[in-house]
Design a protein around this ligand. Sequence first.
Ligand SMILES: Cc1cc2nc3c(=O)[nH]c(=O)nc-3n(C[C@H](O)[C@H](O)[C@H](O)COP(=O)(O)OP(=O)(O)OC[C@H]3O[C@@H](n4cnc5c(N)ncnc54)[C@H](O)[C@@H]3O)c2cc1C
Length: 318
Amino acid sequence: MADALIIGEAAGGAPASAALECIAAARSLGVERVHALLTGPAAAAAAPGAIAGGADAVYTAADAEELDAQLDAAQAAAAQSGARYVLGAKTLAGRDVMPRLAFRLGTALASDCSSVALDGEGRLIATRPVYGGAAEAAVACLGDPAVASLRPKSVDPLPPDASRSGETTPLAFEANVRTRTLERVEEAGEGVRMENARVVVSGGRGLGGPEPFENELRELADMLGGAVGASRAACDAGWVPAGYQVGLTGKTVTPDLYVAVGISGASQHMAGCGNAKTLVAINKDAGANIFKEARFGVAGDWRKVLPAFIEQLHELMG
Ligand SMILES: Cc1cc2nc3c(=O)[nH]c(=O)nc-3n(C[C@H](O)[C@H](O)[C@H](O)COP(=O)(O)OP(=O)(O)OC[C@H]3O[C@@H](n4cnc5c(N)ncnc54)[C@H](O)[C@@H]3O)c2cc1C
């Protein structure tokens, strides 16, 4: 029976949620052991969280902050674990590290996967969106080890089990850092982070400008304790920062409630919000694709619908 290794980051004393998602995906393969590499100064403090989240053994690489060092650590962890399956998240770091890791291991990468499974011969079968999210392709990873990167928020982490035990080992590796991060700029954002929000209120080209994002959408999101998102069209128009973008080339969100205002529902947008529990659409075109995806829809001009919606909500919330 083979082992799996996940490549993850640690922050604030806990494994990054994307790392816990990878551990859950690795566990779902039914492998014997799941090894987890945690990088960053918080790695040791985060190790118990990774074990509670389903890892059997944790390698910590506290010094591996730079991407080059994360890559060196990942290569060392792959060699030490002897894992047949290596999973990482397609985070900012993962986009850089995972393809380079696959190259160094002399294998291929299945990138941007929404799920992974094993076939009867133990080959890793990775499912990934193709044609702009309009279809899914299942690809068999024939390389050894099989390396795949998972889209964040595609897999739910396992419920933490504090009774699980596992060993934690500081990883011995040599870092060869050739590129350094000179500055980190925190994305300016108001309120709740979209990736973790239970409610996301998103706007599209149909809003016609930046003002409704600052006013109606923000008001509604704040009332519901949620975050504001946007389609690529709205971001490209400069109405909101690029960090607001939901979709194939933006963020993936899985809120309980996703409200799409003036968004047509292109497959590339739906790739980022299609797993929301309840989708509500407001669009003046009753034939818009978003109504095929939405659980509830209002065919009308947002200028009329949204203020009425907000007023009603004020009444309901007292
Ligand atoms: C490779 C690739 C990657 C992409 N990645 C993404 C991505 O990550 N995220 C993303 O969003 N898109 C992405 N796109 C773009 C995507 O194909 C669409 O072009 C985009 O989602 C359209 O944005 P929209 O729905 O806001 O605009 P539109 O398609 O123009 O829709 C605007 C909608 O607003 C409605 N409307 C207009 N006025 C009103 C009104 N007064 N009241 C109510 N409704 C109104 C219209 O009926 C229409 O349905 C990608 C495209 C490509 C090719």
